[in-house]
Structure formats: C-alpha cells, structure tokens
Design a protein around this ligand. Structure first.
Ligand SMILES: NC(=O)c1ccc[n+]([C@@H]2O[C@H](COP(=O)([O-])OP(=O)(O)OC[C@H]3O[C@@H](n4cnc5c(N)ncnc54)[C@H](OP(=O)(O)O)[C@@H]3O)[C@@H](O)[C@H]2O)c1
Length: 328
C-alpha cells in the first residue's frame, strides 16, 4: 500500500510517497481502508522536528481518517468489516490503510460524507472540546481565537452558533488571511500587530473577551491577559512557532482577574480519556448529520499533493481545512 513517509526533519524534500507493508490491527485495534485523511498543523510540527512530536525517523504522519473498516483486532466489539467510520490513529493515517484504537473509531451516521468526516477526529473534535470542556463556553460569550483563518479557527466559527451563539474575534498572522476568517463567521478579524490589544478592546466596547483560544505557545499571552474580561478563560493548545515558551502569568494576576489558564491536548486525551474524545467525535458527527454544521474543506487529489500543502501551512499561506482523497 502507499503511504506518506517523512524521512528526516525538514521540509517537503524529505517527504515521499512509498510502498509499505499493509498493517494489521492488534488487540483492541481496527484497520481502516482510508478514503480521506485530514491534514493538520501537528504533522507540520512533527516534520519540522519540533520537540515532543517524534524522535524517530522515518516518521509516518496523519492523525485523522475516514473510510471503511478493513479488519478488526481481537476483542473489538461493535465494529464490523465494511462499516463506514472515522478514526483518530496515533499516527500513520496519511496512508491507504491506517490502524486506530477501536475506542477512537466511530461509525458514521447516515448523511455524513466520508469527505467532510475526515475533518472530524482531530480538527472538529478539538474545536468542540476547546470550546466546551476546556473553555467552558457559554452562549453569548465573546471568544478570541488566534490563527482564526486556519482549520481549527474555521471549525470554531462553525461550532459557536450551534452552542448558543456568541461574538467571535479572530487574529491572523498575515493581513491577507483576515478575509478567510470573516468569511467563516468571525465578527472581526485583526492582524496581530502592536495595535491589536486596543482593537480587541474597542471591538468589545472596552469590556474584553470571555474566552481566548490560543495555539501560539506563550507568544500572545501578554495580549490574552490584556484583553481578558474578569473571569475569562485562556486555553493554550499549541506552540505553532515551535520556539521556547515563557513562564505562565503570576498567581496574583490570575487571582485578581479571576482568570484561568488551561492547557488542552488531543493527544493527551486520546491516551488518558479516549471515551471523552470519542464522545466529542460523535457529537460533531451528529451536528454534521443534522445539517446544522458545515465545514468547507479543500480537497487534495491524492497523497502526492500533501507535501506541498504542508509547505503552504508551514509558510502560513494556507487557509481553512484540507483533506486528501486517498482512495475511492
Ligand atoms: N492541542 C491540541 O490537541 C491541538 C489539536 C489540533 C491543533 N492544534 C494546534 O492548533 C493550531 C491550528 O491547527 P490547524 O491544524 O488548524 O492548523 P492551521 O491553523 O490551519 O495552520 C497553522 C497556523 O498556525 C499559525 N502560525 C503561527 N505561528 C506560525 C509559525 N511560526 N509557522 C507557521 N504557522 C504559524 C498560522 O496562522 P496565522 O499566521 O494566521 O497565525 C498557520 O496558518 C496549530 O497550532 C496546532 O498545533 C492543537
């Protein structure tokens, strides 16, 4: 079978489509014939060689797929060969066959296409968990989202109206990406520059924001604190720049503002509380099946197109969510 293989840290020059052996599921696992796979920035961070992603090369990326069950491992119940599913493999999902834990393999409801479903196990599930579990979103909240023009940013914009609605303020690294954010539902989208704090304050009538979703390490943390309304939650869920991170805010500052700073990790949840992740996946699938949630995706025609798309993500030029058609 064909698979995307990253041979060494770096860029697309180290990404190859190779013939590799077909994997078989171990106990409690499922093999999926992959129809579509989602692209995610975490694969770019692994490719760059960021600490904590992979120490082993060659590396096989890919953490969300849709397709049909090909084989079930020992002890797996409730899933059968031929079932249409989504799954969150630990890695190696950008391939014709992927292996995932049965606990993170979820049947597709009728009416959800394999194409849109490929954005669910990592991207949309993360977005809904950021808002609900980690962010304690409440209807009417004002939410500030960094990198709002990207996959997670657009997923958040799609979900907020379905969670009761709120006000959405996005930031983008390049001014040209602001239009992508507003097109997906942000009320305001600002480039991150020195005037950002005043712009966010002005957009909220001086009150500040109730929730910040921040994948920028600690780069934007001073800004997050500056625009946090009393009682605000700040959720840190990435380190897109890949550099060293600074200390967290002093206790006195958090106490004085009744602020909370929370971390979120999809990988951590998959390892320690897979049932919570599976519940989020099912929740998003149900929203898609009900027709209330739409997440536009850009479809790549095959695995060979993935390295260039990873390049565009790394260069901050990509907007929205990408999925790749792997088969069928
Ligand atoms: N904790 C978790 O479990 C989890 C799960 C999924 C995703 N994430 C994180 O969520 C973020 C969004 O993920 P995504 O897959 O939807 O990606 P994405 O937003 O489509 O693309 C990543 C974005 O990161 C921003 N960025 C900031 N600094 C960057 C840098 N130095 N180099 C390249 N890009 C930089 C860019 O947007 P701007 O220039 O507009 O800022 C870029 O478009 C990523 O940071 C990812 O690591 C975390």
């Amino acid at each position: 079978m064909r698979a995307l293989v990253m041979t060494a840290p770096g860029g697309a020059e180290h990404s190859q489509i190779r013939e590799v052996g077909v994997p078989h599921p171990g106990p409690g696992e499922v093999a999926v014939d992959v129809a579509y796979a989602g692209l995610n920035f975490v694969d770019v961070m692994a490719r760059r060689g960021d600490a904590g992603y992979t120490a082993e090369w060659p590396y096989r990326p890919g953490k969300e797929v849709s397709g049909t069950v090909r084989e079930v491992g020992e002890g797996v119940t409730g899933l059968a060969v031929g079932d249409r599913v989504v799954a969150a493999p630990v890695g190696a999902g950008l391939a014709e066959v992927a292996i995932a834990d049965a606990a993170l393999t979820v049947p597709l409801p009728n009416g959800v296409s394999l194409r849109e479903a490929a954005a669910v196990p990592l991207g949309l599930a993360t977005a809904v968990l950021l808002l609900t579990d980690a962010g304690r979103f409440e209807a009417g909240d004002t939410v500030l989202v960094h990198s709002a023009g990207g996959g997670i940013g657009q997923a958040v914009a799609g979900l907020v109206p379905l969670l009761g609605g709120g006000r959405l303020i996005g930031t983008v690294g390049r001014p040209g990406k602001a239009a992508a954010a507003t097109a997906s539902g942000y009320d305001h989208a600002f480039a991150r520059d020195e005037a950002l704090s005043e712009a966010v304050r002005a957009a909220t009538g001086g009150r500040g924001v109730d929730l910040v979703l921040d994948p920028l390490g600690t780069e934007a943390l001073d800004l997050d604190l500056a625009v946090a309304a009393p009682g605000a939650r700040i959720v840190l869920f990435g380190n897109a720049g890949g550099g060293a991170v600074a200390d967290l805010p002093p206790l006195g500052r958090l106490m004085a503002g009744n602020l909370s700073v929370t971390g979120f990790s999809h990988r951590g949840l998959a390892a320690t509380a897979p049932e919570r992740l599976a519940r989020a996946i099912r929740r998003v699938l149900d929203l898609l099946a009900g027709g209330g949630l739409e997440l536009p995706v850009t479809e790549l025609p095959g695995l060979a197109a993935v390295p260039a798309a990873h390049d565009a993500m790394e260069a901050r030029q990509a907007t929205g969510k990408y999925v790749v058609r792997v088969a069928g």
